[in-house]
Each structure stands twice: as structure tokens, then as C-alpha cells.
Design a protein around this ligand. Structure first.
Ligand code: ADP
Length: 343
């Protein structure tokens, strides 16, 4: 499928600008030509008046129109008209060639981005099955064999590495799908309170004893949403809260219905916080803050891009607030009655 440049927002704006410039130029050309004709009509009228006066002729005498001066003025007028048409043609030609060039290179960019995305989608798909099979084999070995503690530890470490790889592959796949709008959202009325508890429990299990995990979750809060996507949002935010905070600090998940009957979920940490000037950047793809704390942690800069894309496609909202005690608060808003989710 070829992506059409003019179907993109930029393409449409570009087309409008080109059409406007084209129309404006035609209008100015016609106006200038009209003014030139008017100027020469007046010049000829003046010359005619002078001619009849100098030669003591009646005003209606037409012999002026056979003089060299009249022909000279007419010639000049024609030259002026051709000059205007010539310049207009060169400008329009340049405009068309330039627009065509811009359109072609933009189309190429779109095509390249699409190919890159398709490549990412297929390669990550291909990576998923061998990873799943390695994981299964390792789990079977750990469970079935009565191994020495040392070997068990090695196998468990490998299992953790497979999990990390799996998560990375999952994130790349999710980002690629979000980018080309191919994530298959499955909207269903879900108990968000349970979903949030589960996400927290999942992260807590992995980092048990390293952080203080707290919850303040209103029970029985429902919303139409996609289970996998919202789970990915919560897990990404909770893992970031762990990654960018010190050991034994608090990580809290709050869920409540606000006064407008929308659902708010807050992930609150007491970590390094996010500088004000970075708040608008961190949702960009592959963006990582260049400070000491980020450099000392591993990451790809994909997590918040995915979180932001999912929230956008769910018609929700995400904002970052400063935690007064230090650290950050990521607040999600989900709309309970949402047209987008009723499709
Ligand atoms: P990654 O964690 O893989 O670097 P993310 O997209 O999840 O990528 O986050 C982008 C950047 O935002 C991170 O590199 C980090 O600098 C910053 N960041 C994200 N979450 C937090 C947080 N809870 N506290 C402080 N900084 C954060």
C-alpha cells in the first residue's frame, strides 16, 4: 500500500498553501496586467490630447493613432504584458517543480518510515516465538531437575534475562503498532480497581523488598478500556518509578473517580523527579534525559512514548506533576463515557 502524502495532515496543509500561493499569484498577475492596460490607456489619452493641441486639431481627430508615438506606446504596453506573463510563468513553473520535489521526498520519507515500521513488526514477531520457547525450556529445567543451588541460580538468572528481552521485544512491537495505528484495541467494560491491583502486584513481586509499594485504590471502579494496553501503561509507569528512585522509598498507586466521573490513576514516586524543561520531551520516542540518574539505568526511551500513544489512542490524558516530597507523579485520566471506546 502506498501512503499518500496528501492524506497526511502535513500534506494537506502543504497542498492548501500551494493552492493559495498559486491562486494569489494568478490574481496578482491579472491585477498587474489590468493596471498596466489602464496606465497605457491614460498615457495614450494624454499623448493624444497633446498631439491634437500641438497640431490645432479637433479632439475627435484620429490621425494620432497612425503616428509612430502611438505605435511605440502600444509596443511598450505589449512588452510589459509579456514581461508580466513571463515572470508569472517562471514563478509558477518553479512553484510546481519545487512542490513536486517536496512532495516526492516527503512521500519517500513516509515510505521509508512505513518500511522501517513493517521491518520492526516482523522482526519482533519473529523474536517472540524463540524467546517463548527458551523461557519454557528454562522453566521446565528449573522445575523438573533436582539441580545444585548454583545451577538453579544460573538458570534463574537466564530466565530473568529472557523476561527482560521479552519485555523489550514486547515494547518495540507495541511502539510499532501504535505508530501505524495497527494495535487491535479490544474495548470492554473492566474493573479498573482489580486491573490496577494486578499490575501493582506484578511489579511488586519482581521488586519485593526493594521499594515500599503502597496502594490507595477505590474499589469497584469500572471503565470501558483495553486490558492489555492499560496494563502496559501501568506496568511501564510503575517500573519507571522503581528505576528512577532509590531503594526503600515509597511507590504508590492511587485510583479514584474524580468529581467529573472520570477515572484518575496516579503513580507516585519519591525518586529523582523530572526537571520542568524535560517534561515536554520525555514522551518522545527514544528520548532519555541526559542526567546522571538516567545514564546509570538501562533503558530505551520507548516506555513513555508507548504510554503516551496508548493514552492518546484511548482518548485519555497523561500529565506529570511534581511530588512535593520529591519525585514525580504521573496522573492518568480515563473518560468513562468515551465515543472512541464505543467503536
Ligand atoms: P527509559 O526508562 O527506557 O529510559 P522511558 O520512555 O520510560 O524510557 O522514560 C524516558 C525518560 O524519562 C527516562 O529516561 C527518564 O530519564 C525519565 N523518567 C521516566 N519516568 C521517570 C520517573 N518516574 N522519575 C524520573 N524520571 C523519569
Amino acid at each position: 500500500m502506498q501512503l499518500d502524502f496528501f492524506k497526511t495532515k502535513t500534506g494537506l496543509i502543504f497542498l492548501l498553501v500551494v493552492v493559495y500561493v498559486f491562486a494569489a499569484y494568478i490574481w496578482w498577475t491579472l491585477l498587474l496586467n489590468g493596471k498596466t492596460s489602464e496606465e497605457y490607456r491614460l498615457k495614450i489619452e494624454l499623448a493624444h490630447n497633446n498631439y491634437v493641441q500641438e497640431n490645432n486639431l479637433p479632439p475627435e481627430d484620429l490621425s494620432f493613432f497612425k503616428t509612430a508615438l502611438y505605435h511605440q506606446l502600444k509596443k511598450e504596453e505589449t512588452r510589459q504584458h509579456w514581461m508580466i506573463y513571463g515572470e508569472a510563468s517562471v514563478f509558477i513553473l518553479l512553484l510546481l517543480v519545487g512542490s513536486w520535489q517536496i512532495k516526492s521526498s516527503f512521500q519517500k520519507e513516509l515510505e521509508l518510515a512505513r518500511q522501517k515500521n513493517n521491518f520492526l513488526l516482523s522482526i519482533t514477531h519473529e523474536l517472540k516465538s524463540p524467546l517463548a520457547s527458551i523461557k519454557l525450556s528454562l522453566e521446565t529445567l528449573v522445575k523438573r531437575l533436582s539441580l545444585e543451588e548454583k545451577f538453579k541460580r544460573i538458570l534463574n538468572n537466564s530466565l530473568q534475562d529472557v523476561d527482560r528481552l521479552n519485555k523489550l521485544v514486547g515494547n518495540i512491537l507495541l511502539a510499532a503498532r501504535m505508530e501505524n495505528n495497527s494495535y487491535p484495541f479490544q474495548w470492554e467494560e473492566l474493573n479498573l480497581s482489580e486491573l490496577a491491583e494486578d499490575a501493582m502486584a506484578m511489579v511488586e513481586e519482581r521488586f519485593e523488598g526493594k521499594r515500599n509499594f503502597l496502594t490507595e485504590i477505590e474499589s469497584g471502579v469500572y471503565c470501558k478500556t483495553d486490558r492489555m494496553a492499560l496494563n502496559a501503561v501501568l506496568v511501564n509507569l510503575l517500573e519507571n518509578a522503581v528505576k528512577y528512585s532509590e531503594e526503600q522509598t515509597d511507590i504508590k498507586l492511587k485510583l479514584y473517580e474524580n468529581s467529573r466521573k472520570n477515572v484518575n490513576i496516579e503513580i507516585i514516586d519519591q525518586g529523582f523527579g523530572i526537571p520542568v524543561e524535560e517534561k515536554k520531551n520525555i514522551f518522545q520516542k527514544f528520548y532519555r534525559i541526559g542526567n546522571e540518574e538516567t545514564r546509570n539505568t538501562s533503558g530505551t526511551g520507548l516506555g513513555l512514548y508507548i504510554v503516551h500513544s496508548i493514552m492518546q489512542q484511548m482518548n485519555g490524558n497523561i500529565e506529570i506533576m511534581d511530588n512535593k516530597g520529591g519525585g514525580s507523579i504521573f496522573r492518568l485520566t480515563l473518560h468513562q463515557s468515551n465515543d472512541k471506546q464505543n467503536v
